[in-house]
Each structure stands twice: as C-alpha cells, then as structure tokens.
Ligand binder design. Structure first.
Ligand code: FAD
Length: 321
C-alpha cells in the first residue's frame, strides 16, 4: 500500500508553495463521473493533498395528503469515505477527508476513523460542522462531540492506540495528521477574535498539527491572523484557503454563509460586470493577485475551494504555479 506523507511533512520538505484543493462529494444520485471532470484537470498541478468535505444529514418536511407534515431525514451528499477511496485508487491522491462532530456519536466517529485508517488515509481535517439548515444552533448528538477540540482529542487518543473500549487489548495506534479550521475574520459564533483564537490554540494543544483558514478576499486579514496566532503561541502551519468569486449572487451569499467581508473595491468591480461570465473572469483575476502575493510571502500551501467546478481554479493554478 502506498504510504502518503502527512500534510506537515509535505510542507517541511517543500521548496515552494504547494497547491491543494477541496471537493464536495457528488449529490445523491450522481456518480463519481460528475466530479471527475472537475478533479482530473486539477490533478495535473500535482496537488500535495485533496480534501473531501463531509455533509451531515438535514431534516426536510413533506406535506402529506391529510395536511400533516412528515419529517424526513435527507443526506444530500453522502459518500465522503467512498470518494476518498475512489480518489486514492484512481489518482493515488493524498486525500484529506473531513470528519465532523455533527451527526456522529463517538462510536460512529471511531468506526469512521477505523475505515479511513484501513484505506491508508494519513491526513484528516477535524471540524465541528454547522447548524443544520432547520436549526438555529449547532446540536451535537447525545453521545457525540460538541466542539472540534473533542474530535481532535478522540483522534489524538486513537493515535496512541486508545480506543473507546478501554478493555481492548493489543490495539493498533493510528497515525493521522490532524488539521483544524481557523477563521481570519473570526468564527460567526465567537464573541470576539481573542476568544476564537484561544479555542484555536486549544485545538492545536490537543493535537492538531496544521490549520486551514476560512476563505478571505483581502490578504491582510490572513497576514494579521497569522501574526495574532504566532503571538498567541500557535506555531503550526496556517494554510490560506482561497475561493474565486464566480457569480454575482456571491456578493450576498458569501458574507451571509461564511461571515466574511468582501473588500469594497472588489464589490465595486463586480457590480460593473455585465454578466456572470465577466464576474467569473474577475473572480479569477482577483484570486490570481491574492495567490501571487501569498506565494511571494512564502505561505506553505494555497488551498482552493472548488465548490464543485474547477475551470476557474485551473486558470489560477496555470497563472501562479
Ligand atoms: P469549533 O472549533 O468547535 O468552533 C466553533 C465555535 O465554538 C467557535 O466560535 C469557537 O470559538 C467556539 N469554541 C470552540 N471550542 C469551544 C469550547 N471548548 N467551548 C466553547 N466554545 C468553543 N463544515 C462541514 O459541515 N463539513 C465540512 O467538511 C467542513 N469543512 C470545513 C473546512 C474548513 C477549512 C473550514 C474553515 C470550515 C469547514 N466547515 C465544514 C465549516 C465548519 O464546520 C463550521 O465553520 C463550524 O461552524 C465550526 O467548525 P469548527 O471546527 O471551527 O468548530
């Protein structure tokens, strides 16, 4: 079986800024081919790793003939473990599946970790997950984790061979390299930047070896964040996450969904665009400028959020790698 490098090892051995990207598993009913055309061209840029997001189930309400509402559980994008396996055997990609607190008991988490370990997965990104669309606040499973730090602790314990069943004998330790999320513009639920940073530090102290940031459109937010992290004694690699704007509606949707600011000059330029084709082009140009500055400042990796389509990420990668 191929041995993959940990994210931190890849960074330590690299002589230049690495390239990585994140994909979403296909919607239920679609096959691997639906994401293949987005993934394949990006493999040509030799990504150091490829992330696969995890999507917890949602509740939907269906009106019945008698007027009553029926609650239905739907998982729109199942298959994170399956897509991880498909990327491993089709491309030998160093896949980083996301593992989330939402929807998992500790035991289900342990079982998922065992599966990923069997597959030869070396790296994970441990995140809490957002509140379900039908809920105002995030709710952990009764036997699950309320915060990403608890997930990090569980994975770190498994790395020492400590499974939930303490009576298990001769247990094999896993060797996952654990990444966590960081927010240059603060996580939306956090009362202030310092409090958010303290929780981030706790995740690192609990065993996280690298941080991937939420998307940002003004590099100074990332540079300030790195400075604040270093002053708070967080010394792991901090990987900037970039997403090119691609449609006009992103002007509302991105701030609404991710609680981030868009620079006024970018907003003005987007508003001047006559159609979404020119918005997409402008998004590419903005991201190229961001990526060039990040590379010049020697960031370890640039991580691109594809959100399913990759023609724009290809153009950016061609321009900067
Ligand atoms: P946490 O670290 O638990 O933090 C959540 C909030 O609680 C923060 O405000 C933090 O300051 C606070 N906090 C943390 N620890 C404690 C504590 N012990 N006590 C009190 N407060 C605390 N979502 C998905 O559903 N699937 C994905 O695949 C996915 N991938 C992502 C990848 C990246 C790079 C990023 C940046 C986000 C991703 N998300 C994903 C979204 C993420 O799940 C949400 O942003 C979520 O709201 C917070 O996740 P977290 O891991 O940062 O949570």
């Amino acid at each position: 079986m191929q041995e993959f490098k940990s994210v931190t090892e890849s960074i330590a051995k690299a002589s230049k800024t690495l390239f990585s990207f994140e994909i979403l598993p296909p919607l239920k009913g679609q096959h691997f081919e639906h994401i293949q055309q987005g993934v394949e061209p990006l493999m040509a840029f030799d990504p150091a790793f490829v992330n696969v997001t995890y999507h917890q189930e949602e509740f939907e309400y269906k009106q019945l003939d008698n007027g009553l509402l029926q609650k239905k559980t739907v998982r729109k994008r199942p298959g994170t473990v399956g897509i991880t396996a498909a990327l491993l055997y089709r491309y030998h990609a160093n896949v980083v599946p996301h593992i989330i607190c939402g929807g998992f008991t500790k035991e289900e988490t342990e079982n998922a970790l065992i599966d990923l370990h069997f597959l030869g997965v070396k790296n994970l990104l441990a995140v809490r997950g957002d509140a379900q669309a039908s809920m105002k606040y995030f709710q952990a499973e009764p036997e699950g984790h309320a915060h990403a730090i608890d997930l990090v602790k569980q994975i770190a314990a498994l790395n020492k061979g400590q499974y939930l069943d303490e009576e298990l004998l001769n247990s094999t330790p896993t060797d996952f390299c654990i990444g966590v999320a960081g927010y240059p513009e603060k996580h939306m639920e956090s009362p202030n930047l310092d409090s958010d940073l303290q929780h981030l530090k706790s995740k690192v102290d609990a065993g996280a070896s690298y941080i991937v940031t939420q998307m940002f459109f003004d590099n100074s937010k990332y540079f300030d964040f790195v400075d604040r992290c270093r002053n708070a004694d967080i010394h792991v690699p901090i990987i900037p996450g970039l997403k090119p704007i691609s449609v006009l509606s992103h002007l509302q949707k991105l701030p609404q969904t991710f609680h981030i600011d868009l620079p006024e000059i970018l907003v003005k330029e987007i508003k001047k665009c006559s159609d979404n084709k020119s918005v997409r082009q402008l998004g590419v140009e903005w991201a190229i400028a961001q990526a060039k500055e990040l590379i010049q400042k020697k960031v370890p990796v640039i991580h691109f959020y594809t959100m399913g389509r990759s023609d724009n990420i290809q153009k950016i990668a061609e321009a900067v790698y």
